[in-house]
Design a protein around this ligand. Structure first.
Ligand code: C2O
Ligand code: CU
Ligand code: CU
Length: 426
């Protein structure tokens, strides 16, 4: 049976005071007063109607990261909601869109700040027939927050613009180092909602079993992984089971070196959560999770080049795509609905940049570096992919809706410093 319904809700972006460090109060910007915002949990086929109320002192929008919504409902920077105003976003989620998404503001010039002050939330789309529906589910929405000793959230510095902002507190569902007890095999959805922090996830002393990524489940579970790198905006689904003997472990982010340039930039190991694996038996996973259809033959190849100009002491740092900084009045690329394209995303810069394209899920084809090409071992749906310096990542993609789409680095400070372009779908 199909379940086609209507989901109606309201998201109010507003400043709210919270106690995050002892004895001090912090003004965060939150959706519906909660950090992170409420989880939106719907089904394929549902029509979603969300009223967005902007009680900030800046323009804002709601962007549905990764979802195949029409461009005029996607919170593009061209269609901002002024302070004190509201608007309705409305879209229908197609069959096949089950996956792990999120929402955050996208007003040009304010995206990074609105995100680092707390405005982001999870969005889950479920399939009518979900092979893992029997497993209890846990959500780990990871963000980071920088706080001064008086509890205030400081603005970005020049170093933040260069490297992307990392906060000293890494939060899981808004909490510091929560404790997790696993008594049965569980399905975990994990979001990297940090502005710039990379998370090289590891469950100490054990391996990980990955079952999905941004745009939903894999065809088959991938067991035995030592770690999983989540660049900003990426998501994964994993399965975590009890252990033969009770075990206390930790979910950590290992140091990952992404080429940060600030003098005091360091990459340290961070504990995200304490994890107790109770004694018990693991539930066997189905070997086939779902079918992920391969996109057809690519009919066009285009190249997209990421580059940086540090401005060498002029204070004029620029982050570019195809040699240009973002211009809202300029269309950078034209394409056609349904046309299958290869995008070769080449990173000519010295830092890693996570590349994100709006409105669709794409398939990773290959990674090429130093003349060596590594093909993706299987097809999966993604909307954000990390590109290392000197690397060319090939993706395969086809757009579904006519209109304007953004593509950008998801280190939000880089996006705001110009590393964004516009795709017009005809
Ligand atoms: Cu997560 Cu253009 O955004
Ligand atoms: Cu997006
Ligand atoms: Cu970047």
């Amino acid at each position: 049976a199909t379940r086609a319904g209507l989901f109606q809700g309201e998201l109010v972006a507003a400043p709210v005071r919270m106690s995050l460090i002892d004895g001090e109060s912090t003004e965060v910007w939150a959706f519906n007063g909660s950090l992170p915002g409420p989880v939106i949990d719907v089904h394929e086929g549902d029509t979603v109607e969300i009223r967005f109320v902007n009680r900030l002192s800046q323009p804002s929008t709601l962007h549905w990261h990764g979802l195949p919504v029409p461009p005029d409902q996607d919170g593009n920077p061209h269609e901002v909601v002024a302070p004190g105003e509201s608007r309705l976003y409305r879209f229908t989620l197609p069959v096949g869109s089950a996956g792990t998404y999120w929402y955050h503001p996208h007003p040009h010039g304010h995206t990074a700040e609105q995100a680092f002050r707390g405005l982001a939330g999870a969005f889950i789309v479920r399939a009518a027939k979900d092979p893992l529906h029997a497993l209890p589910e846990r959500h780990l929405f990871i963000s980071d927050l920088r706080l001064m000793s008086d509890g205030t959230i400081p603005p970005n510095t020049a170093d933040d613009v260069m490297d992307g902002r990392e906060g000293q507190f890494v939060l899981v569902n808004g909490q510091r180092e929560p404790s997790i007890v696993v008594t049965r095999t569980e399905r975990w959805r994990i979001w990297n909602a940090c502005n710039a922090r990379y998370l090289d996830l590891m469950l100490e002393g054990t391996t990980l079993t990955q079952v999905g990524t941004d745009g939903g489940l894999f065809e088959t579970p991938q067991a035995g992984l030592n770690s999983l790198l989540l660049a900003p905006a990426e998501r994964v689904e994993i399965v975590v089971s009890p252990s033969t003997t009770a075990t206390n472990t930790k979910l950590v982010a290992r140091p990952y070196s992404r080429g940060k340039m600030a003098a005091d930039a360091e990459d340290v190991r961070i504990t995200l959560a304490g994890v107790k694996l109770a004694a018990g038996t693991a539930v066997a996973l189905p070997t086939a999770l779902r079918e992920v259809p391969a996109l057809g033959m690519a009919e066009r190849v285009r190249t997209v080049v990421l580059s940086e100009d540090m401005g060498h002491g002029t204070g004029n740092m620029r982050f570019m795509i195809d040699g240009k900084t973002f211009d809202m009045a300029r269309v950078d690329i034209d394409t056609t609905v349904g046309l299958v394209e290869h995008w070769d995303i080449r990173n000519d810069a010295d830092m890693d940049h996570p590349f994100h394209l709006h409105g669709v899920q794409f398939q990773l084809v290959s990674r090429r570096q130093d003349g060596v090409t590594e093909h993706a071992p299987f097809v999966a749906w993604k909307d954000t992919v990390n590109v290392e310096p000197g690397e060319t990542v090939r993706i395969k993609v086809a757009q579904h809706h006519v209109g304007l789409r953004m593509y950008h680095c998801h280190i939000l400070e880089h996006e705001e410093a110009g590393m964004m372009g516009q795709l017009r779908v005809n």
